[in-house]
Design a protein around this ligand. Structure first.
Ligand code: PLP
Length: 406
């Protein structure tokens, strides 16, 4: 492979909008659950590009799918359809509750489509006064203005002028406040089955069941944001399958492309009718390259053996984290499903998640945070136990460094 010319990290500060603050290490290559940076340093990847690289880095099946499609057809726009998109929609329908699919290029766009559909469906069937969207504190749904306004962290949507109206935020997992808030004005409830960015907080089964029941009662649509939990992340193809609660609309992105940008909104035929010709669109939505990659991803992730390994390795990772914690006592709680695991720092280390993440990186381990108090692990769905062990050895060294400096 050709060695590329090194462009140092400091160039970021010169040429990029300062909305991100990337760490000093610049990765140049990845294989499976390992990444190498410009300095040739090897990193174990427990972050997976924020729950995106579900098959690890450069998996041969997705590399092959992308290469093959790249020699056939890249883009035609939605003036025409294309075979990879039709194949992908059919596969998603085959494996889920859905009857219709809309493609986009990111999670935010999939949620944008879901919220617009929720509003449009209510206007079509019940009239202009039914527009209220209910969402939850600590929820995260993307960074377009509508989706970030639906998100449960005000600081993300403040300072951009007037926010879209008609969005109510309620405490997560609180059935009573939901029952009190819902009315004939509610058009949709938007919920993550496990809040990812918000701290890896699973919805209680009763909470999701209540949303379902209250949505039916008030003729509102239940929108599940599975952008982070979808495509095998929790050990089921979609997390709603673990709960046995079926939404009306589901959004999926992140792992769907395993590193190639794609998002999708899934729904039923009767609801889909409200997005008639001309009501919504996206230039890159249904792009053949993206859909060819996603087809390869779903072929792999829908294998029962792959999903079974996710559940097994999840138990292993949680058990090993708990063992480490017996010695170092840094966590209060270790939770999550599949390869979406959160470890909440104990009271005396509150606010230290970022420091811990930096120390882990110094020891050669990529992890994520979810808020100030939670370390988040979203590795490849294909990670094996020896790689988990390697990563945890590095995490242990980070614990030692952390406790020494306190
Ligand atoms: C990441 C995420 C999004 C936003 O996805 P983008 O591809 O960054 O637009 C939306 N919802 C959830 C639950 C997410 O985790």
């Amino acid at each position: 492979m050709k060695e590329s010319f090194k462009i140092p990290r400091r160039v970021f500060d010169e040429v990029m909008v300062p909305n991100y603050a990337p760490v000093s290490s610049v990765p140049t290559r990845g294989q499976g659950s390992l990444v190498w940076d410009q300095e040739g340093r090897e990193l174990v990847d427990f972050a997976g590009g924020i729950a995106v690289n579900c098959l690890g880095h450069c998996h041969p099946l997705v590399v092959e799918a992308l290469q093959e499609q790249s020699q056939r057809l890249w883009h035609v726009s939605n003036v025409m359809t294309n075979e990879p998109a039709l194949q992908l929609a059919s596969t998603l329908i085959h494996h889920t509750f859905a009857e219709k699919v809309f493609f986009a290029s990111s999670g935010a766009e999939a949620n944008e489509a879901a919220l617009k559909l929720g509003r449009r469906y209510a206007v079509d069937h019940f009239g202009e006064q039914k527009y209220e969207i209910i969402a939850f504190h600590r929820g995260f749904h993307g960074r377009t203005f509508f989706t970030v306004s639906a998100g449960g962290q005000k600081s993300y949507s403040e300072g951009f002028g007037p926010r879209p109206k008609g969005i109510t935020h309620l405490p997560f997992n609180d059935i009573k406040s939901l029952a009190d808030a819902m009315s004939s004005k509610t058009c949709a409830v938007l919920v993550e089955p496990i809040q990812g960015e918000g701290g890896v907080i699973p919805a209680s089964p009763e909470f999701l069941q209540s949303i379902r029941q209250l949505c039916d009662q008030h003729k509102a649509l239940m929108i599940m944001d599975e952008v982070q939990t979808g495509v095998g992340r929790t050990g089921a193809l979609y997390a709603y399958m673990n709960y046995g609660v079926v939404p009306d609309i589901l959004t999926t992105a992140k792992s769907l492309g395993a590193g190639f940008p794609i998002g999708a909104m899934l729904t039923r035929s009767d609801i889909a009718l409200s997005l008639k010709v001309g009501t919504h669109g996206s230039t890159y939505g249904g792009n053949p390259l993206a859909c060819a990659v996603a087809n390869a991803v779903l072929n792999e992730v829908t294998q029962p053996s792959v999903l079974a390994a996710v559940r097994e390795n999840s138990d292993y990772l949680k058990m090993k984290l708990a063992e480490l914690n017996q010695t170092y006592k840094v966590f209060d709680d270790i939770r999550g499903q599949g390869m979406l695991i959160g470890a909440e720092l104990s009271a005396m280390y509150k606010g230290c998640a970022k420091i811990m993440m930096k120390l882990a990186l110094e020891e050669g381990l990529m992890v994520l945070v979810a808020g100030a108090d939670v370390l988040r692990f979203t590795p490849s769905l294909l990670i094996d136990q020896s790689m988990i062990d390697q990563g945890l050895q590095r995490l242990e060294r980070a614990f030692v460094a952390f406790l020494k400096h306190r």
